[in-house]
Write a protein that binds this ligand. Structure first.
Ligand SMILES: [Zn+2]
Length: 371
């Protein structure tokens, strides 16, 4: 396969090897759905062909928010998913368009671009391995011709399918990032996070971790287990986390189990300050590629990039030119509002969540204000 990697920029592994922090982008397809460019629950990315300007603008938002990586929106753009969902556009058309749009915006800044391999209905167990790898190869062919910096194997919930994706991705010669969609409960077959991490590393992934399904709290516990298992086996790899931008239960129950998913999750969405706290905790856990999946918007990514600005050589996102801690609130005419101009206030603010009574919510407001 022809590889047209853009050599002029420092690659992903180089950035990570040099101790750098790489900020990922957020949930492209979930955000496109909110904006009316993708079907709810179907999540196919034909908008890359039908509404390219919507995709370009969203990439640009994440780039301005400080993302170092723009993921081409080729989520689910494999043959069987497109056919099942009745998408008119072809695998080739969508994958090519997705890469072109990401590259167009990346060329305005210094972002890397990736293309994704995601779960496909072609996977039905070990017997389907060859068929699945063939499907991934047909997705990668147009992607490589367009030119990307690395392959992202993500949104996989069966480690055996992930191993197929890594095998196909390794044939490209590009760096391979592998994210299992698992919390502490493990994959769909109950394979533990520890085993998932070891199998991703042994299959040849250069960067391993988690994406989607669970929010930061459970994802942080999951990545810790992965990190310890990798270290114990002498397979230490750079780690990635891209959890969902909503609060999910501590026990590893996934976002999709919530009866509000996917149409009414707004009240569970993280505040930008919660995503900021997440970035710090992930960094302290040793994770160096930190981004978001569904429900992570540009405002979250901006907060994360601001939080880790010092660790990223003082780089501040273009979108942060006014500062991120509400310093300007100090001179607000309303005295109560003026008290909210500190990092401490916002990092301790308790947002409303489903199930809380109005009184509890009001008590939290008061608590946050007096902290
Ligand atoms: Zn997701």
């Amino acid at each position: 396969m022809p590889v047209t990697n853009r050599n002029e920029k420092k690659g992903l592994l180089e950035r990570l090897r040099d101790g750098g922090v790489v900020i990922g982008d957020g949930g492209m397809i979930s955000e496109l759905e909110k904006r009316g460019y993708a079907r709810t629950g179907v999540w196919t990315p034909e908008a890359c062909v039908t509404h390219p300007q919507a995709v370009t603008e969203l990439h640009r938002e994440f780039a301005r928010a400080g993302a170092d990586v723009l993921q081409a929106v080729n989520f689910y753009a494999n043959e069987e998913t497109l056919r099942q969902q009745g998408v008119e556009q072809t695998v080739e058309e969508i994958n090519r368009a997705a890469c072109r749009l990401a590259r167009q915006v990346a060329e305005e800044g210094n972002q890397l671009i990736s293309a994704s391999l995601t779960a496909t209905p072609a996977f039905t167990g070990p017997a389907s391995r060859d068929r699945v790898i063939t499907a991934y190869r047909s997705q990668l062919r147009p992607v490589l011709e367009e030119g990307i910096d690395f392959v992202m194997c993500e949104w996989m919930f069966d480690i055996r399918e992930m191993e197929c994706a890594i095998a196909a991705a390794r044939e490209t010669g590009l760096p391979v990032v592998a994210c299992m969609s698992t919390g502490t409960r493990g994959d769909n077959e109950g394979v533990t996070p520890e085993q998932c991490a070891l199998r991703m590393a042994r299959a040849g992934a250069d960067v391993v971790g988690t994406n989607c399904f669970v929010g930061p709290r459970n994802a942080l516990r999951t990545i810790r287990r992965m990190r310890l298992a990798l270290a114990e086996a002498g397979l230490t790899r750079p780690l990635i986390m891209q959890p969902v931008g909503v609060r999910t239960p501590e026990d590893g129950t996934t976002m999709m189990s919530c009866c509000l998913w996917p149409m009414a999750m707004e009240s569970l969405v993280l505040t930008r300050f919660e995503s900021r706290a997440f970035a710090r905790e992930a960094y302290d856990e040793g994770v160096r590629y930190i981004g978001g999946c569904c429900y992570f918007r540009a405002t979250h990514i901006r907060a994360m990039a601001e939080e880790l600005s010092k660790e990223r050589g003082g780089v501040v996102p273009e979108a942060s030119h006014k500062g991120g801690w509400g310093a300007d609130l100090a001179t607000h005419a309303n005295l109560d509002v003026s008290k909210r101009s500190s990092r401490h206030f916002w990092m301790n603010a308790k947002p409303a969540s489903v199930g809380e009574s109005a009184n509890e919510y009001l008590a939290n407001w008061k608590h946050a204000l007096t902290n």
